[in-house]
Design a protein around this ligand. Structure first.
Ligand code: AMP
Ligand code: MG
Length: 393
């Protein structure tokens, strides 16, 4: 009897068990968007590094309103005043400019009667008014970002403020995408009888790139023993992760599994109690991971999201993106013996299936905001209103 099918969580554990983090490298901060930080980042110094003005106005000593002061100089952004503030004096100041010694507050321009050489303060001035103190944003030594952070625009800016020009990041995983099938034709070509456009090469490449991978090879492979073995052999030389689509089943034209065995790729699992995506294969040769995903376009994408994405994240020291939660907007029947990944659209926190869910109906993915896993159960259904976990698409 065939081995029992794995459930999704066990299959994913096996993948993660094989996905050791890659080496790290220093990346210029301007090139690190989307990369994953592989260090604990601390601030090298206080930010701001000096007391400065939050307003355009006048640096003064705190005190009562209606004071008449002599304007003795100016502090501009990047060009502080050259002398301290004395009694009865004010210094013109710009936003972000350094607060002169002797001043403890700033009164904004709008609350000053400005006559050039002399001014009158039209409001009482409390100590610290309109002053940004050193370290209000970051203190020297503060923990700023943790290893595993996917670097977005704000993280990059904070890293610059923390004093950094480069960041230690995980190396980007190299991915090879091989789409098998004699029926496959490139995008835009006219189709002969029985032919289909090769969408998996495009979707799987895009999914890999979105997870931070470099796709070093993406091609079609005919359903032929030697061609399959040669293509996989080449991919294994180039890539950290080989993603195959199709040809992994047990039909007479499915050459992937024998080729993998011949090339010394060791099977870690085959078949998952999942719909769509039952015929999913995973193995490894040394540190190189190999995924044999089903050819049906939805199955290929769903199994990438469930198994390949966590692997790419782990290789980069990261976690896959969190999906959040929602409630079902409609009743959904359970499949008797496989957990089902239903493509849903979200409306006000409620999840609705995106129409026909066949594994060849790629539109159901294109319309989806998320996936929901509906647990298996003979004769069961999840009622509308059931809280469910979402998987980001
Ligand atoms: P297979 O897993 O090779 O048996 O393929 C299952 C189904 O997926 C068949 O209908 C294939 O035509 C289709 N298919 C396989 N590979 C692709 C691909 N790269 N793009 C679109 N459809 C595909
Ligand atoms: Mg095929």
């Amino acid at each position: 009897m065939a081995a029992p099918m794995l459930n999704i969580a066990t299959a994913r554990e096996r993948v993660l068990h094989s996905a050791a983090p890659l080496e790290t490298e220093d990346v210029p901060v301007g090139e690190a968007l989307g990369r994953v930080l592989a260090e604990e980042l601390r601030a090298a110094h206080d930010v701001p590094g000096f007391a400065n003005s939050a307003m355009d106005g006048f640096a003064v000593r705190s005190g009562k309103a209606d004071r008449d002061l002599l304007v003795v100089g100016e502090s501009r952004a990047g060009r502080p005043a050259e002398f301290p503030l004395g009694y009865g004096e004010a210094i013109r100041i710009s936003t972000g400019a350094m607060l002169p010694d002797g001043a403890d507050a700033v009164l904004q321009q709008e609350l000053v009667d400005d006559r050039g050489e002399r001014i009158t303060l039209l409001d009482e001035v409390a100590p610290g008014r309109n002053v940004r103190e050193p370290g209000e944003d970051l203190r020297a030594g503060d923990h700023v970002l943790g290893a595993g952070t996917r670097l977005g625009p704000a993280s990059l800016g904070v890293a610059v403020n923390a004093g950094r020009a480069t960041l230690r990041c995980a190396r980007r995983p190299r991915v090879a995408v091989l789409a098998t099938g004699d029926e496959l034709r490139p995008p835009g070509t006219e189709l002969g009888p029985g032919q289909v456009h090769d969408s998996n090469r495009i979707t799987l490449t895009a999914l890999a790139e979105r997870e931070g991978a470099i796709v070093v090879l993406a091609r079609d492979v005919p359903d032929h023993t030697d061609a399959t073995r040669r293509a996989i052999g080449e991919a294994l030389e180039l890539a950290d992760v080989v993603v195959l689509s199709g040809g992994v089943s047990v039909g007479p034209h499915d050459h992937v599994k024998p080729a993998l065995a011949e090339l010394g790729v060791e099977e870690r699992f085959w078949r998952v109690a999942l719909r769509p995506g039952k015929p999913t294969w995973f193995g490894a040769r040394g540190r190189t991971l190999v995924f044999g995903l089903p050819g049906n376009p939805v199955s290929a994408m769903v199994t990438f999201l469930l198994f390949v994405r966590p692997a790419l994240a782990a290789l980069q020291w990261a976690e896959p993106p969190a999906g959040g939660r929602a409630i079902l907007g409609e009743r959904i029947l359970c499949h008797p013996d496989r957990d089902e990944c239903v493509r849903v659209r979200l409306e006000d926190g409620r999840a609705f299936a995106t129409g026909p869910q066949g594994s060849h109906v790629l539109r159901s993915m294109a319309l989806a905001d998320a996936l929901v896993v509906i647990p298996r159960g003979e004769g069961r259904a999840l009622a509308a209103g059931t809280e469910v976990e979402l998987i980001a698409v």
